[in-house]
Write a protein that binds this ligand. Structure first.
Ligand code: HEM
Length: 442
């Protein structure tokens, strides 16, 4: 990539003045695929009054990730910025971001992750039991809202040591806050954004109380949670996080994992129910390992399960892509991308590249069989967790939680889809089956 003032702008249509193609983008889930089919891996349009270039594919995403912080910088919609708070890692850039990432990564090292396993297992057992009872009683379980509660309870226990958080005020505040994240940033008492702003204030008060309690008490969890690790972690100059920053960072971690993991687990449950032959093969692997305790070591042996979870994230990536603002005009593939424009990298479209993923629409975990896949592998062709300097900080945490959930579910339970439900995905803001995934669970 080189600076150029001469090359052409990418193909594509800006649409109407100001509004551009914003409505198409929000209402048509296939907007990007259709435009890519017409224009290729890069096209320009206008979103929220911003000229924006959509990009897809390993070459384009590699170009973007390699320019992070120099020619492009991460950006989020105004509603997300306001609700995450100014000290959030997701909004920091440059050396401040790099230093904070190193500090926060201490809560996601293998030793920390190993310490999270027993809690994940016991919360899973409790929920699986409840789901069996609900399904037996009502002849049906609407799984998605239950999975939201499940992932929130695990998050709160492992991040801040709270039990059964989904049943508390914190759980309600968090749901209202989430509902405003991707809304129009109009701060009025009745708007989603206004309600979320007020929830943020109350969430911060609750988090501060939790943090101060922890600082003042002699309580220290048997296996440290993320809060414990973050309270003791030091940056490169030997300083700890201030309480103001700690609150914003904990809120970011709750947000970053909640919608994403819930969507990923829901897609796993749906795809397993739709592909009984794949599920049967995964059960064989689990039966072979059934007498082994779940540890990082035993989880590593579940290679087929690993392939399946990879394929779930390829087919239905929870995050659609990421926005970057162009700091300096640059050129890619013969096209100019001017300073001040936005770039949106596309994860789902990148996962559909036919030269890497033959029959890309087919759910086929064996495409990730190492020997087969290595031959076709191209860097940045598989990016459910993004890439480069801003790759997902919780990637290993997420993979661990998915694996434990899936292994336990396959070992101990069965589920069947109920008829007459809409299984098409809606984006809210992550992909979720429209009717919330109704199953019989036993
Ligand atoms: C299946 C689950 C998950 C998926 C698919 C996912 C995906 C992503 C993606 C694509 C990004 C990069 C966004 C961009 O390039 O603009 C990201 C960033 C991030 N994720 Fe995740 N994530 C998941 C789970 C988690 C978990 C469990 C945590 C932590 C508890 C987490 C923490 C973060 C953080 C802190 C960032 C911002 C990193 C930075 O800006 O340096 N994520 N995630």
């Amino acid at each position: 990539m080189i600076n150029s003032q001469r090359s052409a702008l990418p193909p594509g249509d800006f649409g109407l003045p100001i509004i551009g193609k914003t409505l198409d983008f929000f209402t048509d889930p296939d907007f990007a695929s259709k435009q890519h089919a017409r224009h290729g891996p890069l096209f320009k349009t206008r979103l929220l009054n911003q000229p924006t270039v959509f990009i897809k594919g390993p070459d384009a995403t590699r170009f973007l990730f390699s320019q992070e912080g120099d020619r492009v910088v991460v950006t989020w919609p105004p509603s997300v910025k306001a609700l995450l708070g100014p000290l959030s890692l997701a909004l920091q850039t440059g050396s401040v971001h790099a230093g904070r990432r190193r500090l926060m990564a201490q809560a996601f090292q293998p030793r920390a992750l190993e310490g999270y396993i027993d809690t994940m297992v016991s919360i899973s057992d409790r929920y699986f039991q409840q789901w069996t009872e609900i399904s037996a009683q009502d002849d049906s379980l609407t799984w998605y809202p239950q999975l939201r509660r499940y992932t929130f309870d695990i998050a709160c226990k492992l991040l801040v040591g709270l039990d059964d958080a989904s049943k508390t005020t914190l759980g309600n505040l968090f749901e209202v806050w989430c509902a405003g994240l991707f809304s129009l940033p109009i701060n009025l008492p009745w708007t989603a954004f206004g309600k979320a702003k007020r929830s943020r204030e109350r969430l911060l008060v609750a988090l501060e109380a939790l943090i101060r309690d922890r600082e003042q008490s002699s309580y220290s969890p048997a296996t440290p949670d993320a809060l414990e690790l973050l309270l003791t972690a030091k940056d490169d100059d030997g300083n700890s996080l201030t309480i103001e920053e700690l609150k914003d960072q904990v809120l970011l971690l709750l947000f970053a994992r909640h919608e994403t993991l819930t969507s990923a687990l829901t897609s796993f449950c749906l795809l397993m129910a739709q592909h009984p032959e794949i599920r049967a093969k995964a059960e064989v692997e689990q039966n072979e390992l059934a007498d082994q305790r779940l540890t990082l070591e035993t989880l590593k042996q579940m290679t087929y399960l690993e392939q399946k979870l990879k394929e779930v994230l390829r087919m239905v990536p929870p995050v659609g892509g990421g926005f970057r603002r162009v700091l300096k005009t640059c050129e890619f593939d013969g096209y100019q991308i001017p300073a001040g424009w936005m770039v949106l990298y596309q994860i789902k479209q990148t996962h559909q590249e036919l030269e890497i993923y033959a029959q890309a629409k087919k759910f086929d975990p064996e495409r990730f069989d190492l020997e087969q896949f290595e031959q076709k592998r191209k860097p940045f062709s598989y990016i459910p967790f993004g890439g480069g300097l801003r790759e997902c900080l919780g990637k290993e945490f997420a993979r661990l939680e998915m694996k434990i959930f899936a292994a336990k579910l396959l070992r101990d339970h069965r589920w069947e889809l109920l008829p007459e439900q809409d299984l098409a995905f809606t984006i809210a803001p992550t992909p979720v089956p429209k009717d919330g995934l109704k199953v019989k669970f036993f």
